[in-house]
Design a protein. Structure first.
Length: 264
């Protein structure tokens, strides 16, 4: 358990070190920092456009244009500068997704993105794999899975017998089974106690890693969806941000590792 916990803390520390280093470099290299900011704003305008918010997209393009004029234009070769300014002027009037992507590509000719942003999809994926693996190892070490499986089987058997008795209207049997509710509650309590133990150990490091990633990549588009999905209460999903991408990858790999290593 100690080894997995130490490794988890090391992952958190390395994440902080790598992301902080990337942040410092970006701040030290003003051109790259500004390009990153402009690209982030253009990506957000594409998201707004896909969600049907044309006015929001125009406003964001205007912000990106102002940032470009203030901090980048004077350092860009004339022909590329004119091309970019012309594209901004057209998009502020009529935002078109393909043309925004083309403008984005032109801006990236000024300087490349930091690898931490350019490969954000794979960085977050890698962090998710490592964290999921370590969490699964902690679960395997700390939980008495034989007891959990035994209790789960007992509870499933009890619930099946209760359903059958109720469907047959065998009230004598139902009453007999209901008297075992205390026993079943105890078994459920034992299961919860066992499975919750590792959570206490890795919850804080995992939250720290997530907050670190969220703070660094907040507002950054990790991956575009080839289609949009309308999700109740959340609205239209058009791209993966850091939160959703981290959740999907960590949850998916956790299930895979759990099946392979714990067989639960």
């Amino acid at each position: 358990m100690k080894k997995e916990m130490i490794v988890l803390l090391i992952v958190a520390a390395l994440s902080l070190s790598v992301l902080s280093t990337g942040s410092v470099r970006a701040q030290g290299e003003n051109t790259q920092a500004t390009v990153t900011m402009v690209v982030r704003t253009l990506d957000t305008s594409i998201s707004s456009l896909r969600k049907g918010d044309n006015d929001g997209a125009k406003s964001l393009i205007g912000q990106a244009s102002g940032e470009y004029d203030s901090n980048l234009s004077s350092n860009v070769e004339n022909s590329l500068d004119n091309k970019i300014k012309s594209a901004f002027n057209l998009l502020e009037v009529n935002p078109v997704e393909e043309n925004i992507f083309a403008l984005r590509a032109d801006i990236l000719q000024i300087t490349s993105l930091s690898p931490l942003y350019a490969y954000s999809l794979f960085i977050i994926l890698g962090v998710s794999v490592v964290v999921s693996l370590l969490a699964t190892l902690l679960n395997k070490r700390m939980v008495n899975w034989n007891l959990v499986r035994k209790n789960k089987a007992e509870i499933a058997k009890y619930q099946k017998e209760l359903r059958e008795a109720m469907s047959k209207r065998d009230m004598k049997e139902v009453h007999k089974l209901q008297q075992r509710r205390g026993e079943m509650s105890k078994l459920q309590g034992e299961m919860f106690s066992q499975t919750f133990k590792p959570t206490i150990v890795y919850l804080i490091p995992m939250m720290f890693i997530y907050l670190l990633l969220f703070n660094f990549y907040s507002g950054w588009v990790i991956a575009w969806l080839p289609f949009s999905i309308d999700i109740p209460f959340l609205g239209r999903l058009v791209a993966f941000g850091v939160g959703l991408w981290y959740f999907i990858t960590s949850f998916g790999f956790s299930q895979i590792f759990r099946k392979i290593m714990i067989r639960d």
